[in-house]
Design a protein around this ligand. Structure first.
Ligand code: SAH
Length: 336
Protein backbone atom coordinates (compact mmCIF):
# COMPACT_ATOMS: atom_id res chain seq x y z
CA UNK A 1 0.00 0.00 0.00
CA UNK A 2 1.10 3.55 -0.58
CA UNK A 3 0.69 5.73 2.49
CA UNK A 4 -0.49 8.70 0.39
CA UNK A 5 -3.35 6.63 -0.95
CA UNK A 6 -4.55 5.70 2.52
CA UNK A 7 -7.36 7.71 4.12
CA UNK A 8 -7.16 8.47 7.81
CA UNK A 9 -10.06 6.10 8.49
CA UNK A 10 -8.26 3.29 6.68
CA UNK A 11 -5.09 4.01 8.60
CA UNK A 12 -7.02 3.99 11.90
CA UNK A 13 -8.42 0.62 10.90
CA UNK A 14 -4.89 -0.57 10.16
CA UNK A 15 -3.62 0.42 13.59
CA UNK A 16 -6.60 -1.21 15.28
CA UNK A 17 -5.90 -4.43 13.38
CA UNK A 18 -2.27 -4.22 14.54
CA UNK A 19 -3.55 -4.01 18.14
CA UNK A 20 -2.36 -0.44 18.38
CA UNK A 21 -4.17 2.83 19.01
CA UNK A 22 -6.34 4.63 16.53
CA UNK A 23 -4.76 8.03 17.17
CA UNK A 24 -1.51 6.80 15.61
CA UNK A 25 -3.23 7.50 12.30
CA UNK A 26 -3.52 11.17 13.24
CA UNK A 27 0.15 11.23 14.24
CA UNK A 28 1.15 9.78 10.89
CA UNK A 29 -1.12 12.18 9.00
CA UNK A 30 0.29 15.17 10.86
CA UNK A 31 3.82 14.10 10.07
CA UNK A 32 3.06 13.50 6.39
CA UNK A 33 0.85 16.47 5.62
CA UNK A 34 1.73 19.10 8.20
CA UNK A 35 5.46 18.55 8.74
CA UNK A 36 5.83 16.95 5.32
CA UNK A 37 8.33 14.30 6.39
CA UNK A 38 9.64 12.21 3.53
CA UNK A 39 10.24 8.98 5.39
CA UNK A 40 8.90 7.16 8.41
CA UNK A 41 12.15 7.61 10.40
CA UNK A 42 11.46 11.32 10.60
CA UNK A 43 8.25 10.80 12.56
CA UNK A 44 9.63 11.64 16.00
CA UNK A 45 6.63 10.75 18.08
CA UNK A 46 6.48 7.12 16.96
CA UNK A 47 8.52 4.30 18.50
CA UNK A 48 10.93 2.29 16.36
CA UNK A 49 8.72 -0.79 16.34
CA UNK A 50 5.87 1.22 14.83
CA UNK A 51 8.16 2.85 12.28
CA UNK A 52 9.43 -0.57 11.25
CA UNK A 53 5.89 -1.84 10.92
CA UNK A 54 4.96 1.12 8.70
CA UNK A 55 8.09 0.63 6.62
CA UNK A 56 7.17 -2.99 6.06
CA UNK A 57 3.58 -2.26 5.06
CA UNK A 58 3.66 1.07 3.22
CA UNK A 59 5.60 2.81 0.50
CA UNK A 60 6.09 6.59 0.31
CA UNK A 61 6.52 9.06 -2.57
CA UNK A 62 6.49 7.35 -5.88
CA UNK A 63 5.83 9.74 -8.73
CA UNK A 64 8.36 12.27 -10.03
CA UNK A 65 8.32 15.60 -11.77
CA UNK A 66 10.16 15.12 -15.05
CA UNK A 67 9.44 18.45 -16.72
CA UNK A 68 8.15 21.86 -15.80
CA UNK A 69 7.02 24.65 -18.11
CA UNK A 70 6.19 28.11 -16.89
CA UNK A 71 4.24 31.03 -18.19
CA UNK A 72 2.77 34.04 -16.47
CA UNK A 73 0.66 32.84 -13.51
CA UNK A 74 0.85 29.19 -14.54
CA UNK A 75 3.16 26.21 -14.28
CA UNK A 76 2.62 22.94 -16.07
CA UNK A 77 4.15 19.79 -14.59
CA UNK A 78 4.84 16.54 -16.35
CA UNK A 79 4.93 13.59 -13.94
CA UNK A 80 6.30 10.14 -14.49
CA UNK A 81 4.50 7.35 -12.66
CA UNK A 82 6.29 4.24 -11.42
CA UNK A 83 5.20 2.18 -14.41
CA UNK A 84 6.60 4.79 -16.81
CA UNK A 85 3.24 6.32 -17.73
CA UNK A 86 3.10 10.08 -17.80
CA UNK A 87 0.47 12.62 -16.80
CA UNK A 88 0.28 16.38 -16.48
CA UNK A 89 -1.06 18.81 -13.88
CA UNK A 90 -1.33 22.58 -13.91
CA UNK A 91 -0.78 25.11 -11.17
CA UNK A 92 -2.50 28.49 -11.44
CA UNK A 93 -2.06 31.68 -9.45
CA UNK A 94 -5.30 33.64 -9.01
CA UNK A 95 -6.08 36.75 -7.05
CA UNK A 96 -8.08 34.57 -4.65
CA UNK A 97 -5.44 31.87 -4.16
CA UNK A 98 -3.50 29.10 -5.86
CA UNK A 99 -5.21 26.21 -7.60
CA UNK A 100 -4.11 22.90 -9.04
CA UNK A 101 -5.79 21.10 -11.89
CA UNK A 102 -5.25 17.43 -11.13
CA UNK A 103 -5.39 14.48 -13.54
CA UNK A 104 -7.39 11.39 -12.61
CA UNK A 105 -6.48 8.86 -15.33
CA UNK A 106 -3.72 8.01 -17.78
CA UNK A 107 -5.55 8.81 -21.02
CA UNK A 108 -9.34 8.94 -21.24
CA UNK A 109 -12.04 6.85 -22.89
CA UNK A 110 -14.71 9.49 -23.22
CA UNK A 111 -13.69 10.39 -26.74
CA UNK A 112 -14.76 14.06 -26.76
CA UNK A 113 -13.78 15.11 -30.24
CA UNK A 114 -12.30 18.47 -29.31
CA UNK A 115 -10.07 17.30 -26.46
CA UNK A 116 -6.36 16.56 -26.70
CA UNK A 117 -6.32 14.49 -23.50
CA UNK A 118 -8.60 11.85 -24.98
CA UNK A 119 -6.42 11.19 -28.01
CA UNK A 120 -4.74 8.57 -25.84
CA UNK A 121 -7.33 5.99 -24.79
CA UNK A 122 -7.42 5.18 -21.11
CA UNK A 123 -4.37 3.17 -20.13
CA UNK A 124 -5.40 2.95 -16.50
CA UNK A 125 -6.95 4.79 -13.59
CA UNK A 126 -4.71 6.79 -11.32
CA UNK A 127 -4.40 5.44 -7.81
CA UNK A 128 -5.38 7.75 -4.99
CA UNK A 129 -1.73 8.29 -4.02
CA UNK A 130 -0.88 9.40 -7.55
CA UNK A 131 -3.45 12.19 -7.25
CA UNK A 132 -2.37 13.19 -3.74
CA UNK A 133 1.28 13.24 -4.79
CA UNK A 134 0.56 15.64 -7.67
CA UNK A 135 -0.36 18.16 -4.98
CA UNK A 136 2.47 17.34 -2.58
CA UNK A 137 5.17 17.52 -5.22
CA UNK A 138 3.88 20.76 -6.67
CA UNK A 139 3.61 22.34 -3.22
CA UNK A 140 7.15 21.19 -2.51
CA UNK A 141 8.27 22.78 -5.77
CA UNK A 142 6.60 26.16 -5.21
CA UNK A 143 7.24 26.16 -1.46
CA UNK A 144 3.68 27.25 -0.80
CA UNK A 145 0.36 25.64 -0.03
CA UNK A 146 -2.40 25.59 -2.58
CA UNK A 147 -5.92 26.78 -1.77
CA UNK A 148 -8.09 25.09 -4.43
CA UNK A 149 -8.16 21.77 -6.25
CA UNK A 150 -10.02 21.12 -9.49
CA UNK A 151 -10.21 17.57 -10.82
CA UNK A 152 -10.22 18.73 -14.42
CA UNK A 153 -6.96 17.40 -15.77
CA UNK A 154 -6.57 14.30 -17.91
CA UNK A 155 -9.27 11.68 -17.39
CA UNK A 156 -12.89 11.34 -16.39
CA UNK A 157 -13.09 11.39 -12.57
CA UNK A 158 -16.40 9.49 -12.46
CA UNK A 159 -14.80 6.70 -14.48
CA UNK A 160 -12.42 6.31 -11.49
CA UNK A 161 -14.96 7.03 -8.79
CA UNK A 162 -13.59 5.32 -5.68
CA UNK A 163 -10.01 6.49 -6.04
CA UNK A 164 -11.19 10.04 -6.70
CA UNK A 165 -13.43 10.01 -3.62
CA UNK A 166 -10.57 8.75 -1.43
CA UNK A 167 -8.39 11.48 -2.90
CA UNK A 168 -11.03 14.06 -1.96
CA UNK A 169 -11.17 12.65 1.58
CA UNK A 170 -7.43 13.12 2.01
CA UNK A 171 -7.50 16.60 0.46
CA UNK A 172 -10.36 17.60 2.74
CA UNK A 173 -9.12 15.92 5.96
CA UNK A 174 -8.09 18.56 8.48
CA UNK A 175 -5.07 16.43 9.32
CA UNK A 176 -4.44 15.84 5.63
CA UNK A 177 -4.12 18.51 2.95
CA UNK A 178 -6.86 20.35 4.79
CA UNK A 179 -8.82 22.14 2.07
CA UNK A 180 -12.50 22.85 2.61
CA UNK A 181 -14.86 20.93 0.35
CA UNK A 182 -16.02 24.21 -1.17
CA UNK A 183 -12.48 24.61 -2.47
CA UNK A 184 -12.64 21.32 -4.34
CA UNK A 185 -14.34 20.86 -7.73
CA UNK A 186 -15.01 17.68 -9.68
CA UNK A 187 -15.77 17.99 -13.37
CA UNK A 188 -17.56 15.28 -15.34
CA UNK A 189 -18.60 14.87 -18.95
CA UNK A 190 -21.93 13.62 -17.61
CA UNK A 191 -21.62 10.06 -16.29
CA UNK A 192 -25.07 9.71 -14.74
CA UNK A 193 -24.37 6.82 -12.31
CA UNK A 194 -21.39 8.83 -10.99
CA UNK A 195 -23.55 11.92 -10.42
CA UNK A 196 -26.11 9.75 -8.61
CA UNK A 197 -23.47 8.40 -6.25
CA UNK A 198 -21.88 11.80 -5.83
CA UNK A 199 -25.09 13.46 -4.65
CA UNK A 200 -25.15 11.07 -1.69
CA UNK A 201 -21.60 11.88 -0.55
CA UNK A 202 -21.08 13.98 2.55
CA UNK A 203 -19.68 17.48 2.18
CA UNK A 204 -20.02 20.32 -0.21
CA UNK A 205 -17.66 19.47 -3.04
CA UNK A 206 -18.48 21.48 -6.18
CA UNK A 207 -19.78 19.72 -9.26
CA UNK A 208 -19.07 20.93 -12.79
CA UNK A 209 -20.65 19.40 -15.88
CA UNK A 210 -18.98 19.59 -19.28
CA UNK A 211 -22.06 20.36 -21.34
CA UNK A 212 -20.78 21.97 -24.54
CA UNK A 213 -24.01 21.63 -26.54
CA UNK A 214 -27.68 22.47 -25.97
CA UNK A 215 -29.21 19.61 -27.97
CA UNK A 216 -28.74 15.84 -28.21
CA UNK A 217 -27.99 15.97 -31.89
CA UNK A 218 -25.05 18.31 -31.50
CA UNK A 219 -23.85 16.92 -28.18
CA UNK A 220 -23.73 13.35 -29.48
CA UNK A 221 -21.71 14.56 -32.42
CA UNK A 222 -18.95 16.13 -30.31
CA UNK A 223 -19.28 14.07 -27.12
CA UNK A 224 -19.98 10.37 -27.75
CA UNK A 225 -20.83 9.88 -24.05
CA UNK A 226 -24.09 11.67 -24.82
CA UNK A 227 -25.31 8.56 -26.63
CA UNK A 228 -25.10 6.61 -23.39
CA UNK A 229 -26.37 9.44 -21.17
CA UNK A 230 -28.55 11.75 -23.25
CA UNK A 231 -29.35 15.32 -22.30
CA UNK A 232 -32.86 14.87 -20.92
CA UNK A 233 -31.64 12.13 -18.55
CA UNK A 234 -28.60 14.18 -17.64
CA UNK A 235 -30.71 17.25 -16.87
CA UNK A 236 -33.08 15.16 -14.76
CA UNK A 237 -30.27 13.82 -12.61
CA UNK A 238 -28.76 17.29 -12.26
CA UNK A 239 -32.10 18.62 -11.03
CA UNK A 240 -32.17 15.79 -8.51
CA UNK A 241 -28.60 16.65 -7.47
CA UNK A 242 -29.53 20.29 -6.90
CA UNK A 243 -32.66 19.34 -4.96
CA UNK A 244 -30.79 16.94 -2.67
CA UNK A 245 -27.62 18.94 -2.10
CA UNK A 246 -28.95 22.46 -2.42
CA UNK A 247 -25.74 23.22 -4.31
CA UNK A 248 -25.25 25.30 -7.42
CA UNK A 249 -23.96 23.39 -10.43
CA UNK A 250 -21.45 24.76 -12.92
CA UNK A 251 -21.91 24.06 -16.61
CA UNK A 252 -18.79 24.29 -18.74
CA UNK A 253 -19.43 25.27 -22.33
CA UNK A 254 -16.55 25.46 -24.82
CA UNK A 255 -17.16 27.80 -27.72
CA UNK A 256 -16.30 26.14 -31.03
CA UNK A 257 -16.60 28.32 -34.09
CA UNK A 258 -19.62 27.45 -36.27
CA UNK A 259 -20.26 24.32 -34.24
CA UNK A 260 -22.02 25.31 -31.02
CA UNK A 261 -21.62 29.08 -30.88
CA UNK A 262 -24.57 30.37 -32.88
CA UNK A 263 -27.09 32.79 -31.37
CA UNK A 264 -29.68 30.04 -31.65
CA UNK A 265 -27.44 27.74 -29.59
CA UNK A 266 -27.24 30.37 -26.87
CA UNK A 267 -31.03 30.66 -26.84
CA UNK A 268 -31.46 26.88 -26.69
CA UNK A 269 -28.94 26.71 -23.87
CA UNK A 270 -30.76 29.43 -21.96
CA UNK A 271 -34.05 27.60 -22.22
CA UNK A 272 -32.43 24.29 -21.22
CA UNK A 273 -31.03 25.87 -18.04
CA UNK A 274 -33.82 28.29 -17.20
CA UNK A 275 -34.72 28.23 -13.51
CA UNK A 276 -31.89 25.89 -12.51
CA UNK A 277 -29.57 26.81 -9.64
CA UNK A 278 -26.52 26.93 -11.88
CA UNK A 279 -24.03 29.03 -13.68
CA UNK A 280 -22.38 28.73 -17.05
CA UNK A 281 -18.66 29.01 -17.54
CA UNK A 282 -17.96 29.80 -21.18
CA UNK A 283 -14.57 28.48 -22.28
CA UNK A 284 -12.96 30.02 -25.35
CA UNK A 285 -11.74 26.88 -27.16
CA UNK A 286 -8.01 26.24 -26.99
CA UNK A 287 -6.88 25.08 -30.37
CA UNK A 288 -4.46 22.19 -30.56
CA UNK A 289 -2.31 21.04 -33.43
CA UNK A 290 -4.01 17.73 -33.98
CA UNK A 291 -7.65 18.73 -33.81
CA UNK A 292 -9.33 20.92 -36.36
CA UNK A 293 -11.94 22.79 -34.30
CA UNK A 294 -11.52 26.55 -34.20
CA UNK A 295 -12.02 29.00 -31.37
CA UNK A 296 -15.08 31.21 -31.75
CA UNK A 297 -14.43 34.80 -32.73
CA UNK A 298 -14.25 37.27 -29.90
CA UNK A 299 -17.41 39.15 -30.89
CA UNK A 300 -19.36 35.87 -31.07
CA UNK A 301 -18.12 34.87 -27.62
CA UNK A 302 -19.37 38.20 -26.28
CA UNK A 303 -22.67 37.85 -28.10
CA UNK A 304 -23.20 34.35 -26.72
CA UNK A 305 -22.44 35.71 -23.26
CA UNK A 306 -24.91 38.58 -23.68
CA UNK A 307 -27.72 36.33 -24.85
CA UNK A 308 -27.33 34.09 -21.80
CA UNK A 309 -27.09 37.08 -19.50
CA UNK A 310 -30.20 38.72 -20.95
CA UNK A 311 -32.04 35.43 -20.54
CA UNK A 312 -31.29 35.54 -16.82
CA UNK A 313 -28.57 32.89 -16.75
CA UNK A 314 -25.51 33.52 -14.55
CA UNK A 315 -22.54 33.33 -16.83
CA UNK A 316 -18.79 33.98 -16.81
CA UNK A 317 -16.08 33.64 -19.42
CA UNK A 318 -13.25 31.48 -18.18
CA UNK A 319 -10.05 33.35 -17.63
CA UNK A 320 -7.37 31.95 -19.84
CA UNK A 321 -4.31 30.33 -18.45
CA UNK A 322 -1.32 28.69 -19.93
CA UNK A 323 -2.09 28.39 -23.62
CA UNK A 324 1.52 29.42 -24.37
CA UNK A 325 2.76 26.27 -22.71
CA UNK A 326 -0.12 24.04 -23.85
CA UNK A 327 -1.37 23.98 -20.29
CA UNK A 328 -4.85 25.28 -20.96
CA UNK A 329 -8.12 23.33 -20.71
CA UNK A 330 -8.16 20.39 -23.03
CA UNK A 331 -4.48 20.64 -23.93
CA UNK A 332 -3.09 18.24 -21.34
CA UNK A 333 -1.95 14.95 -22.68
CA UNK A 334 -0.63 11.63 -21.58
CA UNK A 335 1.03 10.42 -24.76
CA UNK A 336 4.67 11.44 -25.08
N1 SAH B 1 -13.52 14.47 -18.09
C1 SAH B 1 -13.90 15.55 -17.21
C2 SAH B 1 -12.71 16.26 -16.64
C3 SAH B 1 -11.88 17.05 -17.66
S1 SAH B 1 -12.25 18.70 -17.41
C4 SAH B 1 -14.85 16.47 -17.95
O1 SAH B 1 -15.08 16.24 -19.13
O2 SAH B 1 -15.42 17.38 -17.35
C5 SAH B 1 -11.52 19.49 -18.73
C6 SAH B 1 -12.44 20.52 -19.33
O3 SAH B 1 -11.80 21.13 -20.47
C7 SAH B 1 -13.71 19.90 -19.84
O4 SAH B 1 -14.80 20.75 -19.66
C8 SAH B 1 -13.38 19.75 -21.31
O5 SAH B 1 -14.52 19.58 -22.08
C9 SAH B 1 -12.65 21.05 -21.57
N2 SAH B 1 -11.85 21.02 -22.79
C10 SAH B 1 -11.43 19.95 -23.50
N3 SAH B 1 -10.71 20.35 -24.56
C11 SAH B 1 -10.68 21.68 -24.54
C12 SAH B 1 -10.08 22.66 -25.36
N4 SAH B 1 -9.32 22.32 -26.38
N5 SAH B 1 -10.25 23.95 -25.04
C13 SAH B 1 -10.97 24.30 -23.95
N6 SAH B 1 -11.54 23.42 -23.12
C14 SAH B 1 -11.41 22.13 -23.42
Amino acid sequence: MNIYGTTKEDLEQYFVEKQDKKFRATQVFEALYKKRVNNFDEINNLGNNIKDMLKADFTLKKIKIVKKQEDKDVKKYLFELCDGNKIESVLMYHDYGISICVSSQVGCNMGCRFCESGRLKKVRNLNTYEMVEQILLIEEDIKARITHVVIMGIGEPFDNYDNVMNFIKIVNDNKGINLGTRHITVSTCGIIPGIKRFMKEKGQVNLAISLHAPSDELRSEIMPINKAYPLNELMEVIKEYIAITNRRVTFEYILLENVNDKDSDALKLASLLKGLNCYVNLIPYNETENICFKRSRHFQIMKFYDILKKSGISVTIRREFGSNVDAACGQLRANF
